[in-house]
Ligand binder design. Structure first.
Ligand code: HEM
Length: 491
């Protein structure tokens, strides 16, 4: 090796070393507290490999709680902010929404048009789209859709009951996923997806494929979110080709069919999307249908299966919930109406406590779009900074929820829930960019849990993972080994 080459390599390494060292002092140079960092992972070493990003951020949260209202950390080389104080979270979600209205997710309208959806788009474009879609999710619209979901929930109980002939131990995470896939397949894509009949049905396969975070997929998404222009130039896509075609074709075929068969009156998302077809081109409607599906099936399935897990471990709570449901049904000629679903007080407490302890989405992303002065300090979060609110940390903070690992629905009884600061418990996020599908998510999760508890008794078995552990590299809180429970049919 020539001396010149050796000198060049030394210079290159020295420059890289100085750059990395300087980057890892980005926050301290600006007066912020910052988490330790080392090359190449920054402050999140181990995240996505041995623990989840949520658990890693929780370590940082605990380290700085009481010392700072926000803390700087490094997501690989990217300088990010982790808010700690609920008051700052209120500013981010609500009071200073103008500085935090974007999520900073990658999308590519030209090469990957289904990613051009409400979850990812930004600025005025997002605002206009959100205004068009908010009326789609009103209580009145949910009530109209209830009948469809209720019918599928009966099939959920029927098919689970049949499967007990093969084994009384079932993975309730998979079963809940089959239920929510059929719900959203029916209401968003207008198809009978038959996921409860066939675990390998197309929708199950493509849905899972799209959500499973591979290392390459995670890299593409992270790179695209940090350098969107370069990623668009390189024609990055997030959805794989087969899933893209499946979602697009399925939706467009249904849209066309409904357009040509106006006599079909069905109170579902398809008919509402059809009403918007004079305002948005079909490809954008397909993008919204796809994100409603992807944002909706796994989150709700997670909630159903986590609730059943906690109820299996707490049999007296399960009995109390069953009593509430059976009493309600007896008083209403054996039926479960939409209104009844919302009248079940203990059910509501169980669902809220499940979302607190085991939030389907444990961290929430924001991008700072305008320099932001942290209240009561002279610290400035610069425009362009990624902010991650680790809602899991606040929901597990003993200051706000004493004995946080205990599953205790009483935290949400009518008296106690009034005392909860909303910025310490935010499973659907808060403010103008919160979850758009909260009502639909809660409706399908509640009716799913009701039908399960009415028809079956759930207990833990030797396959149940206690305490629950999470798969490190998934965006949603994903239990290792699924939710394996022992199930007995009630005759
Ligand atoms: C238990 C079920 C659900 C949970 C826990 C949940 C949670 C969340 C969370 C935490 C966010 C991020 C909010 C933010 O960044 O501020 C979100 C966004 C969103 N969710 Fe949900 N979700 C659920 C069900 C659903 C369903 C069923 C749908 C649609 C049918 C849906 C559609 C959306 C959409 C479209 C967004 C993006 C909204 C926007 O950017 O304007 N979600 N959800």
């Amino acid at each position: 090796m020539s001396t010149t080459l050796v000198a060049l390599i030394i210079i290159l390494f020295s420059v890289a070393y100085i750059f990395v060292k300087r980057q890892f002092s980005y926050w301290s140079r600006r007066g912020f507290f910052q988490a330790d960092a080392s090359f190449p992972f920054g402050s999140i070493k181990g995240a996505n490999f041995s623990i989840t990003l949520t658990e890693k951020l929780d370590e940082i949260y605990k380290q700085f709680k009481g010392k700072a209202s926000v803390v700087g950390f490094y997501n690989f080389l990217g300088a990010s902010i982790l808010p700690i104080d609920p008051e700052i979270i209120k500013h981010i979600f609500v009071k200073d929404f103008a500085s935090f209205h974007d999520r900073g997710f990658f999308y590519n309208k030209r090469d990957d048009p289904l990613t051009n959806n409400i979850l990812s788009i930004k600025g005025q474009e997002w605002k206009d789209r959100r205004a068009k879609f908010t009326p789609v999710f009103t209580s009145a619209k949910m009530k109209q859709m209830y009948e469809i979901i209720e019918e599928i929930s009966d099939k959920f109980a029927l098919k689970l009951g049949e499967s007990l002939k093969d084994s009384n131990i079932q993975d309730m995470r998979i079963w809940a996923r089959r239920f929510t896939n059929d719900n959203i397949g029916s209401t968003v894509f207008g198809i009978d997806a038959k996921c409860l009949e066939d675990i390998n049905s197309d929708l199950m396969v493509f849905g899972q494929k799209s959500l499973n975070m591979t290392l390459a997929g995670a890299f593409k998404f992270a790179f695209g979110s940090t350098f969107p222009e370069i990623a668009r130039f390189l024609r990055f896509k997030i959805l794989d080709k087969d899933s893209h075609e499946f979602f697009l074709n399925t939706f467009l075929q249904t849209l066309e069919y409904r357009r040509n068969n106006k006599q079909i009156v069905r109170h579902d998302f398809v008919s509402m999307l059809l009403e918007l077809s004079d305002q948005l081109p079909p490809i954008d409607l397909a993008a919204e249908a796809t994100i409603m599906y992807l944002a909706g099936f796994e989150t709700s399935a997670t909630l159903i299966s986590f609730a059943l897990y906690e109820l299996a471990l707490n049999s007296e709570m399960q009995d109390r919930l069953r009593d509430e449901i059976l009493n309600g049904i007896n008083e209403n000629d054996g039926k479960i109406t939409y209104e009844m679903l919302y009248g079940f007080e203990y059910l509501d407490m169980v669902i809220n406590e499940t979302l607190r302890k085991l939030p389907s989405i444990p961290h929430i992303f924001r991008k700072c779009t305008k320099d932001f002065v942290v209240p009561n300090t002279n610290l400035v979060i610069p425009k362009g900074t990624q902010v991650i609110i680790n809602n899991y940390s606040l929901q597990h903070d003993p200051e706000y929820f004493p004995n946080p690992e205990k599953f205790d629905p009483e935290r949400f009884n009518s008296e106690n829930k009034k005392k909860i600061n909303p910025y310490t418990n935010m499973p659907f996020a808060l403010g103008n960019r919160n979850c758009l599908g909260e009502r639909f998510g809660l409706m399908q999760a509640k009716i799913g849990v009701v039908k399960m508890i009415k028809n079956f008794i759930f207990t833990p078995c030797n396959k149940t993972t206690i305490p629950m552990k999470f798969v490190p590299n998934q965006f949603f809180l994903t239990p290792v080994g699924g939710i394996q429970l022992c199930i007995k049919k009630i005759h």
